[in-house]
Design a binder for this molecule. Structure first.
Ligand code: MTE
Length: 319
């Protein structure tokens, strides 16, 4: 399936300046990957500068909406936190565009408040809540997590949110509930790629109930100390740090408890390439590339991929 970009289309975010040593490492990595031209990854500094200024301005109104929360020190990452501008200019949000470096430019019509989220299905107490009312009721905190895309890029992000478990305990899943199915909004006027009939909109994802109840599974409402900007999935998204990034559905409007394994967006588009479980695993190659290594956006550093993205102590027992 050609939808998730293949390695030939990897780009360095325009906002990045790369040290020579990293460049050499990456050149070797790229050679290992069989990509013909490493020079294609270098970008002019004037483009980088314009991009950085543009996104800094786009981020300003969101940065002004600070979320004063404690950092939970149980969740630390030994690698440096990814620069905010780098993370905000290297996004996957196919509702707007498949070009990572331009998502931030395409989200200007995306209205993310007011926003309702419905929790339904096999629960004792179904409810529909305004996202800001929900945030007031939930134990919001900051957690620094590793984040790994199936395409092999990775970052380290200070997310702000609450464990999905806290919301599920509120709605009380019934004994029959085995899975959680989640949906993104549908509004092609705001998200032009939803006119693309080759994709099964709205984006949908799922977890087992045990995965959803795991302490690591976070419903995220903020990033870098403030509310989420639209390119990161405002106003509320999922983060499941031991799974490939496509499981972390953005801009959620519905959470439904079911007894049937839910279908998922990428598994529907490419069943051989994107499975339901999608746990980060260096030993299981993607059909078109190895998953043995990963590449940090921003620094360009290359690391060996770690099983469950380093969260095995918390999740290995689930499998
Ligand atoms: N959710 C929706 N609704 N639409 C998407 O295209 N892309 C997924 C995931 N959630 C996606 C989505 C993929 S492939 C990745 S890697 C992450 O979002 C990217 O999150 P980020 O842009 O905040 O880094």
């Amino acid at each position: 399936m050609p939808y998730i970009k293949t390695p030939q289309e990897w780009e360095i975010p325009e906002s990045q300046v790369t040290p020579e040593s990293d460049y050499i490492d990456r050149r070797k990595f790229i050679k290992d990957l069989g990509i013909a031209s490493a020079s294609a990854l270098l970008l002019s500094s004037s483009t980088a500068c314009a991009q950085k200024k543009g996104v800094e301005k786009q981020l300003e109104p969101f940065q002004a909406q600070k979320l004063a929360v404690e950092n939970n020190t149980r969740f630390t990452v030994e690698r440096p936190i990814t620069d905010e501008v780098v993370a905000a200019t290297y996004n996957n949000y196919y509702e707007f565009t498949s070009s990572k470096s331009t998502v931030w430019k395409r989200v200007d019509k995306f209205i993310t408040r007011p926003w309702e989220i419905e929790i339904s299905g096999l629960v004792e107490k179904p409810m529909t809540l305004d996202v800001d009312d929900l945030i007031k009721q939930m134990p919001i905190e900051e957690r620094i997590y590793r984040f790994r895309c199936v395409e092999r890029w990775a970052m380290v992000v200070p997310w702000i949110g609450f464990p999905m478990k806290a919301l599920l305990e509120k709605v009380q899943p019934t004994a029959e509930a085995k899975y959680v199915r989640m949906l993104t909004f549908l509004d092609p006027d705001m998200a032009p790629e939803q006119h693309n009939v080759r994709m099964p909109w709205p984006y949908f994802e799922g977890l087992t109930l045990a995965e959803a109840m795991n302490d690591l599974t976070l419903l995220v409402v903020g990033i870098y100390g403030h509310v989420l900007p639209p390119q990161h999935g405002a106003p509320i998204r999922l983060i499941v740090p031991w799974k490939y990034g496509f499981k972390s559905i953005k801009s959620i409007v519905s959470i439904e408890l079911t007894d049937q394994k839910p279908r998922t967006f990428w598994n529907t588009l490419g069943p051989r390439e994107y499975d339901f479980e999608a746990n980060v695993n260096p030993n299981v190659p993607h059909p078109r590339w190895s998953q043995a290594k990963e590449w940090m956006i921003g620094s360009g550093d290359i690391h060996k991929t770690v099983i469950y993205n380093g969260y095995g102590n918390s999740v290995a027992h689930l499998y």
